[in-house]
Design a protein around this ligand. Sequence first.
Ligand code: ZN
Length: 98
Amino acid sequence: MTSVPNIKEEQIRPKHLFDRFLELTTRDAIELSKSGRFENVDCVACGARGKDLFEKHSFRYQECPECLTIFASPRPTRGALSDFYEKSESAKYWDRLL
Ligand SMILES: [Zn+2]
């Protein structure tokens, strides 16, 4: 049996760096929500129509009554997500850290 080193999460993902990432992500998500580049979708797992569940950072989440999957709808279009991961401040910050 091999032993697993006793590594703390702080050593892998220092809190102050991750807190900054979460701050940028929250800001970017709110900006993305203002873009108008959204589409309504049905359950991403089985295709059933979802029911509103909650809202967080300007995104609405639904739960599928058939398979209980939770998903965002409306969700950003493919192009909006591509731009987000390429151009958002949180993505650039993460790229600089890695
Ligand atoms: Zn479903």
